[in-house]
Structure formats: C-alpha cells, structure tokens
Design a protein around this ligand. Sequence first.
Ligand SMILES: Cc1cc2nc3c(=O)[nH]c(=O)nc-3n(C[C@H](O)[C@H](O)[C@H](O)COP(=O)(O)OP(=O)(O)OC[C@H]3O[C@@H](n4cnc5c(N)ncnc54)[C@H](O)[C@@H]3O)c2cc1C
Length: 369
Amino acid sequence: MRDNAPLRTDAVVIGAGPVGLFQAFQLGLQEVGVHVVDGLPYAGGQCAALYPDKYIYDLPALPGCSGEELAQRLLQQLAPLRVPVHLGQVVSALERLPADADARSPRFRLQTDGGLTFECRAVVIAAGVGAFLPRKVPVPELQAWEGRQVYYHDLPPAQWVGQRVVVMGGTEAAARLALTLAQGNAAHVTLLHRNDRFVIDAPLDEELQSAIGAGWIRLCLGQPVGAIATDDGRLEALEIATADDRRLALPLDLLLPRLGLSPRLGPIAEWGLALERKHLVVETAGYQTSEPGIHAVGDVNTYPGKRKLIVCGFHEATLAAFAIAQALRPDERIALEYTTTSTRLQRLLGVVDGAGGQASGTRRIGTGA
Ligand SMILES: Cc1cc2nc3c(=O)[nH]c(=O)nc-3n(C[C@H](O)[C@H](O)[C@H](O)COP(=O)(O)OP(=O)(O)OC[C@H]3O[C@@H](n4cnc5c(N)ncnc54)[C@H](O)[C@@H]3O)c2cc1C
C-alpha cells in the first residue's frame, strides 16, 4: 500500500471504548464496512485505561465483570466480523468532502496523527471523555527528544539493554515498568517521583520497596525542572529540584515518564458540530449530530435524559447502526432480524456454515458448562 493512500470504507468509528467496539459489532451485523480508530495502544476505553481490575455489576446478564474482561469480551464478540481496529492513532482532522453525483462516493475524510487517512460515508464518534493522552513532563525542552530518548509509550525491551533508564511517576504503570527494567538488562534503573508515596496496591508496593532496598532500583525524590544536553544534541541528564531545595543532575540515556493519562476532547471540539457543555448534541432516533452522516454515541453525546452508562451507549450504538445502514442503502428496507433466528446474521457471526448448518466450533459463550 502507498504511504497515506486513503483507506476507503463505509464507516469509521472514532474510539475503541466499550461503546465504540459494540458500535462496530452492530455495524458489522448490518454489513456496513467499518474501521475503528483509537488513540490508545489498547482497546477498551475508560474500562481498560482507568479501571481494568475493578468490577462492573450493572451489565445485563453479566453479574460481575472487570473493566479489562469487558474489553476482551467485546473484542471476542467482534472478532468474527473481522473489523480492523487501528490503535495508537488519534483522529486529528475530519472534513466533509465536496458533494459528488455518485451517491456512493465518500463523504468524509479523516486523518490521524499517525499518518492514516480514511475516506468513508458515515462517521460515528464514540470518543467518551476524549482521547486519553499521556500526561507530559512539565519541562517543554524535553519535547525535542520525544521518540529518541523520551518515550511516553512502551518501547521494545531491546532498546533499554545496557542503558541508564529513568522511569518517572508514582503510578502503578511507573512501578511495574521500573520492576520490569530492574529484572531485565538495563544498566541502571532510577525511579523518579516527587515524594516517596506511590498510588499502588500493597503487594506491588512491597515488591517495589524490596527492589529499592536491594539496590536494583534507585529512588530519586524531586521534580524535573530542566534538561541538560551534550554538544552533539543528546539528552544527557535531567535537572532535578529536590524537596530540600537543592539542584542535582540525574544522568540518563532514556526517560520513560508514566504520569498517568488525561482525556482531551481536543480536535473533536473543533469540527463545527453542535456542542453542549463539551458534549455532542444528538437526536435520539439514530444518534446523529448536527451534521448529517456524523453520529455520536456513548459518553461523548448529550440529549434529554442522557445517562453515562455503558448499557445506554450499547442501545445508542444499536439504533445508530440501523440509521447508518438505512442512509447508506436508501432503497432497501432495513428490517429487524434476531441473531437467534436469522441465518444471515449467524453466517456473519460464523455460527452456521454456508449451508445453514451449525458451524464446527459453534459454542455457547459464557462460564456455564
Ligand atoms: C472508575 C469508573 C467506574 C465506572 N463504572 C461503571 C459501571 O459500573 N457501569 C457503567 O455502566 N459505567 C461505568 N463507568 C462509566 C463507563 O466506563 C463509561 O460510560 C464508558 O466507558 C463509556 O464508553 P465510551 O466507549 O463511550 O467511551 P470511553 O470508554 O471513554 O472510550 C472512548 C475512547 O475514544 C478514544 N478517543 C477519544 N478521542 C479520540 C480521537 N480523537 N481519536 C482516537 N481515539 C479517540 C479514547 O482514547 C477512548 O479509548 C465507570 C467509569 C469510571 C471512570
């Protein structure tokens, strides 16, 4: 494929949170070609990013399910429909293309900060509270080394072998990364945090304290206030302000900040769609925004009576899929079909073979026998 060649599809879903994933499933059942795009390197939205181990108790027919498990179950349900999910790509631009005599031609172009371009005929924004972006170290000069010596996302272990690595943050991600590095082949591992309190559970804290006690991880308490570069432009050290008002230089080869994630509605607020208190205003028949062809579902939308619950987002996604299918195939009556009885739907889901018989490997999904 040519670089930047647009990926052409019927619909693009922005956001691979629970509602975006279920949206893709519902569009797949309608045989609408769909791609999903998310800024995070993993699917699941808030459930995977903010509370992977916490239990959700109000999902229909799932008495208890962790955030991570919900994300995995939604991906499992989507798998037979073979929907491409593009991760680590923030959608930064959305534009309407000029009208064309051919009603089937794309109406929208989307671009991501990672260089992907999509052309499609319908867009569903399932962006929740916005794109989760890593919190940045408040030292602007460090931006010059991002992707070379400063990494906010995972990097292959081979890159830290023999390196002096500074992990920054008091989060679970920071503690786990420091421990992984200490067990790997990094030359030195320093954990930099403003104080000695970490937002982590007791067993992880115990593990961290014993690694610090054994000297596998060096703890440095303070705040970075500047960057020190070599003559040839490499990042050589961080300038640290300590709690007792001293300045020290912390030498490093790699800086891996893990300061948590913060949601940013960002570009979506600039696409000219009607907003109410930073939420996209939609109608409730097909969850279309103020712009025909652009729908919004889940936490990102607002309408009278809106509740930010996963189950409400699932309902919105179902109706949005019917509305999109009808708009894309105006001459067809989009009938309601049950997955229980529709051979067409069962074929799509791979639970019957082409002849209508039960496919091998057909299974009940669930924990029961
Ligand atoms: C601690 C906690 C507990 C909760 N417990 C429950 C519960 O028990 N029951 C319940 O029903 N709800 C619960 N919720 C709420 C529930 O998690 C949300 O309603 C749900 O996650 C909304 O799903 P969503 O798909 O609309 O958005 P999100 O989960 O926010 O996902 C949106 C996704 O869109 C991506 N995105 C945003 N902008 C862009 C962009 N420009 N480009 C690319 N990607 C983008 C984000 O990275 C994100 O992955 C809880 C929430 C929290 C924080």
